[in-house]
Structures are given as structure tokens and as C-alpha cells.
Design a protein around this ligand. Structure first.
Ligand code: 13P
Length: 260
């Protein structure tokens, strides 16, 4: 792990209605109050319809949990039936947005161009953009994974005004590791985070924060964080239960406290 303050984001995907979401945040908040997570930033990426109630409970209970949207439309407003804009998210105290998650790229036709436009809308709204990149198994088997993710970074970030650089976080999520129970190994994560940082530095990003996502759980989180130089995690399935998500937060926190 690097000596940067870790960040862990729970991506609930299309799970939890607003009542279930409230329950989960309440449980997580209580765990965090009983034994605070001192060195790790904690964020949850809730479905759109949960954001208002989750925002209210975080606010009223003063939980140290940031709020993230899983997607947003690149346009400001207008005839985009079914879509949500960054200004709508701002009104709900959303400070983070996932951009270009592979499930949106693959199943909802989010092209590289739309990813780039969306990322610009997010940072212009003053929100943190979590740019998701990652390769299919066949790309890795062909040895093209490094070139593939470098191209994803280039196309999303090329020409981005430097004043927005501090709002960028990159999440490496190989598609073959998402929801499969097969996480990337320490070596694979280590290699890829180093590669992503190198590409980002060549594009003049000075201190890019790089997360890993893909079957992160209570068993592998501590090893991954201890033995690679990842800055934290984007967690799917294991973020749906307060105990397992909290255990991942603790793993990051303990590791950071030791390494600092
Ligand atoms: P899982 O942790 O369920 O594999 O999901 C990873 C992911 O896609 C997070 O965005």
C-alpha cells in the first residue's frame, strides 16, 4: 500500500431499496461510531432513488460517510428521459460519481466518448470522478491489458484542464474479476497500479489515487492492501452487508496506521 490515505467505496449497484439502504447505512454508521475508522475515507455509491434518504441520515447522524452516484448523464438538463444531471446530484450532497463502470460500458453502450464527456461534467460540477477502467479476460490473455487500460485513460482524460486533476480517482476493475469470486492477485494489482500511475504521470497528473475493484472481500482485502501499493477499493457484493464492508474498512485502516 502507498502511504496515501486509503479510500474505500461501496458500490451497491442495483441493490437495496431506500428502506434497505437506510438500514445498511445506519448499521455501518453504528459500527464506525463504536470503533472509528480513523485513517480511511468511506464512501457509498447508492442507486439514484436511495440518495436522498441516505444523504439525510448521513447528515442527521453525522456519519463520516461520503455519498456517491453510480452514474450521471453528461448533459446539464433537457430531453433525456430517465436520466439524471450533475446539478440534481449536487442538491442531494453527492460529492462522488462513478464514471464509466464496465457494467455501463458493456450493457448500456457507454462509449469512450460518452465516458470522457461525463467525466468533464462531473468535475465541472465540483464532484470527484471515479473513472473505472479494466480489461476483459481475452485482452489480458493476449498480453494487451496494459495498452488497453492506457487507451481508456487517454481517451477519458486527454486535454482535461489541470485545475480538475485533483478531482480524479481511477479504479482498476478487470472485468474477469467483477462478481466472479476471482480477484486479481497481489502481483496483478501491483503491476497494474504502477502502470496506471505511470500513464497518469505522463499526462501530468501528479498524485493520482488508484483503487482496485473485483471480488474484494473480507478475506483478500488485508493482503491486497498490505502487499500491493493500491490506495483502496471499489467494493461490490461485500459492501451490501455492514459487517463485511466494515471489515474491509478496518483492514485498510489498520494497514495505513502501521505503514504511516
Ligand atoms: P464485486 O466486488 O461484486 O466483484 O464488484 C466489483 C465492482 O464492480 C465494484 O464496482
Amino acid at each position: 500500500m502507498t502511504t496515501r490515505r486509503p479510500l474505500v467505496i461501496g458500490n451497491w449497484k442495483m441493490n437495496l431499496d431506500f428502506v434497505e439502504a437506510l438500514h445498511l447505512v445506519q448499521q455501518l454508521g453504528v459500527l464506525m461510531k463504536n470503533r472509528p475508522v480513523e485513517h480511511t475515507d468511506v464512501v457509498v455509491a447508492a442507486p439514484f432513488v436511495d440518495l436522498r434518504s441516505v444523504s439525510s441520515i448521513i447528515d442527521s447522524e453525522r456519519f463520516a460517510i461520503g455519498l456517491c452516484a453510480q452514474h450521471v448523464n453528461a448533459q446539464e438538463n433537457g430531453p433525456h428521459t430517465g436520466e439524471i444531471s450533475t446539478s440534481m446530484l449536487t442538491r442531494l450532497n453527492v460529492e462522488w460519481v462513478l464514471v464509466g463502470h464496465s457494467e455501463r460500458r458493456v450493457h448500456y453502450f457507454m462509449s469512450d466518448e460518452i465516458v470522457a464527456d461525463t467525466l468533464r461534467s462531473v468535475v465541472r460540477a465540483g464532484q470527484h470522478a471515479v473513472l473505472c477502467v479494466g480489461e476483459e479476460l481475452s485482452v489480458r490473455e493476449n498480453g494487451e491489458h496494459e495498452a488497453f487500460v492506457a487507451a481508456q485513460l487517454e481517451s477519458a482524460l486527454h486535454g482535461l484542464d489541470e485545475k480538475f486533476h485533483a478531482l480524479l480517482t481511477v479504479a482498476y476493475e478487470p472485468l474477469w474479476a467483477i462478481g466472479t469470486g476471482v480477484n486479481a492477485t497481489v502481483e496483478q494489482v501491483h503491476e497494474m497500479t504502477a502502470h496506471l500511475r505511470k500513464v497518469l504521470r505522463s499526462m501530468s497528473f501528479s498524485a493520482p489515487q488508484v483503487l482496485y475493484g473485483g471480488s474484494v472481500n473480507t478475506e483478500n482485502a488485508a493482503t491486497l492492501v498490505r502487499e500491493s501499493d493500491v490506495d483502496g477499493f471499489l467494493v461490490g457484493g461485500a459492501s451490501l452487508k455492514a459487517e463485511s464492508f466494515y471489515a474491509i474498512l478496518q483492514a485498510c485502516d489498520d494497514c495505513y496506521a502501521i505503514k504511516r
